[in-house]
Design a binder for this molecule. Structure first.
Ligand SMILES: [Zn+2]
Length: 568
């Protein structure tokens, strides 16, 4: 018999007053029957779905319209009034569950969940709740500052994502002017963004000390449930990237310098994060689509050609009308996929301006959405809440696996140009990941640093992982150019995940190059597991290996070299 739903379908979770009776029930109900503990977990999951979805919708509302004060206030109200009480409740509920006398009789299904609860209990501190709220406010301010940035360029006011088109121009003078306008605009707010970052570091360090940790790094490894790799693994990964990727990156750069006939690179000649630069044969920048409608309808055809399952999943996203894809002023930068836990519907946000990078972002976010749909059948919210290291395998491998289908967006040799640029992008992204991750390791192990020291550390790290380029006379923003990386504000330490996932994706791509069907099967099998297995187990479910060493990277990066030659 289907039991009555614990939380009604139309429940409003935006006010704590509405949530409280359910919380009291969960914390006080009698737990003496067989299966009571399981019932408690299921009901708590259903409440969590409602609350998560409410938070998601408020966040989506705000990021789609950063100039709307009402939407910002509703989100902040939720953050300030609901989330703090919620984390206190989660802690009490976690304790109620793990301290229960029949906890050891629970089925293995709950093992990972219980391990997570015990971990969270250990690091939970009530005094960190208001610090978390403070942190979110600062992050929201930084986002608003970035969302409001526009420049007057080429006769119009333009958003930062819109400026990317000019920065990829084949005319060096246009690139230089675009780069300089964007940089000058960023300098205007850079003081406040540095201040916000200073405040965040101090708050974060305090949270870590409160929880009994030496550093925020150690605290975050536990808070992010990084049970299967260590700080040392990350450091080894940085070294491997330096040894294996940097020679290829320098090769790509010097080939560009010579075919463009330059005397050296300047910052407007290559995007340091994506590797995007002017076309070496002077061809116009890749424009895979004119508008969002065209992108969406061509993607539908492309995914159907890959497999009916992916095609129908993609069409479902379009039908559900949960896509906000075009760029406009007042929209937060970047892209994300947010799963609506109660409706079990993925929402995709991005700023499409017609570039190849936009197509890649859309495919990336679609990969996250597929992941959510593949594991949507799992009953409990915790079982669907896949680890971010594997979430990015779903999205980054989709970028690589769709490559053969990109013909639909291009004529002539342009699809191969796009593929080559994308593979070059992988070679640039890994060192950028190493940059951001090493920078965070440095920042949080030296929480008392001065701004000058921070600049010096950043420039030193960029020397290790960046392109050789000439900064003469234009280095005013160089030392704070980490400010362009929003994760440093909103998602501290969330970056190495992209690197771990990229290695997984490259392995899946290797399979795909031999047997496309097998790769898609591996993908489906692993993504359907959601969060019910450990990270190494998820990797093996897709026939991948989790590793950080030079030996592990070499054949993967080597295959990129081979594929780039095939496309030449
Ligand atoms: Zn992603």
């Amino acid at each position: 018999m289907e039991s009555e739903k614990f939380v009604p379908e139309d429940f409003d979770a935006s006010e704590w007053g509405n949530i409280e009776p359910y919380v009291n029930d969960l914390l006080n109900r009698s737990l003496s029957c067989t299966g009571c503990l399981e019932g408690l977990i299921a009901d708590a999951s259903s409440l969590a779905e409602h609350i998560s979805e409410t938070g998601a919708l408020l966040y989506i509302g705000m990021t789609c319209d950063t100039e709307n004060d009402e939407k910002r206030d509703s989100f902040l109200d939720f953050v300030e009034n609901v989330r703090p009480k919620l984390s206190e409740f989660s802690d009490s509920l976690n304790r109620r569950i793990v301290e229960h006398t029949s906890i050891d009789d629970m089925s293995p299904r709950y093992d990972l969940m219980i391990k997570g609860m015990r971990n969270d209990i250990e690091i939970f501190r009530k005094e960190n709740i208001p610090l978390g709220v403070e942190q979110t406010k600062l992050v929201t301010e930084a986002q608003a500052i970035n969302g409001a940035m526009t420049v007057n360029f080429d006769g119009e006011e333009r958003t930062m994502p819109q400026m990317r088109g000019y920065m990829e121009s084949n005319e060096r003078a246009v690139r230089e002017e675009a780069w300089k306008s964007v940089t000058e605009r960023r300098v205007v707010d850079s003081e406040r963004l540095s201040e916000i970052f200073d405040e965040l570091i101090s708050i974060r360090h305090k949270m870590a000390r409160n929880a009994g940790f030496e550093s925020y790094t150690d605290y975050m490894f536990r808070a992010m449930h990084r049970f299967d790799y260590s700080k040392e693994d990350c450091i080894e990964f940085h070294d491997s990237i330096e040894k294996v990727c940097m020679p290829l990156l320098h090769q790509i750069n010097s080939a560009r310098v010579s075919s463009l006939g330059l005397d050296g690179l300047r910052p407007w000649d290559v995007n340091e994060k994506t590797g995007v630069g002017p076309d070496t044969e002077g061809k116009p920048p890749l424009r895979p689509f004119e508008n969002v409608e065209e992108m969406v309808s061509k993607l539908s055809v492309m995914f159907h050609e890959m497999s009916d399952v992916l095609g129908s999943m993609f069409d479902k996203l379009v039908e559900m009308d949960t896509l906000d894809l075009d760029t406009r002023k007042g929209k937060a930068p970047g892209g994300y996929q947010y799963y609506l836990e109660k409706s079990r519907v993925p929402f995709i946000f991005m700023n499409a301006a017609g570039l190849q990078g936009d197509l890649e972002t859309m495919i990336h976010e679609a990969g996250h959405a597929f992941h959510s749909l593949y594991c949507g059948h799992l009953e409990l919210i915790d079982e669907r809440n896949y680890p971010i290291e594997f979430a990015e395998v779903a999205s980054m491998s989709m970028e690589l696996l769709t490559q053969p289908g990109w013909d639909i967006f291009y004529e002539g040799g342009d699809a191969n140009r796009a593929r080559r640029a994308h593979l070059e992008g992988v070679i640039f992204l890994l060192p950028w990941i190493a940059t951001i991750d090493s920078f965070q390791h440095w920042v949080y192990s030296n929480p008392e640093h001065t701004r000058d020291e921070r600049e010096a550390a950043w420039i030193e790290i960029r020397r290790r992982f960046g392109s050789e380029m000439n900064w003469d006379g234009i280095d005013g923003f160089r030392g704070v150019s980490w400010q362009v990386q929003g994760h440093l504000y909103g998602a501290p330490f969330y970056y190495i995940e992209y690197g771990i996932a990229q290695l997984g994706s490259l392995q899946l791509w290797q399979t795909h190059r031999k047997d496309r069907g097998e790769a898609l099967d591996d993908y489906a099998k692993a993504m359907s597991l959601g969060n019910t297995k450990t990270l190494p187990e998820l990797f093996s479910a897709a026939n991948l290996r989790l590793g950080f060493s030079e030996e592990h990277l070499e054949p993967l990066i080597g295959e990129i070299g081979v594929a780039m030659k095939e496309l030449a």
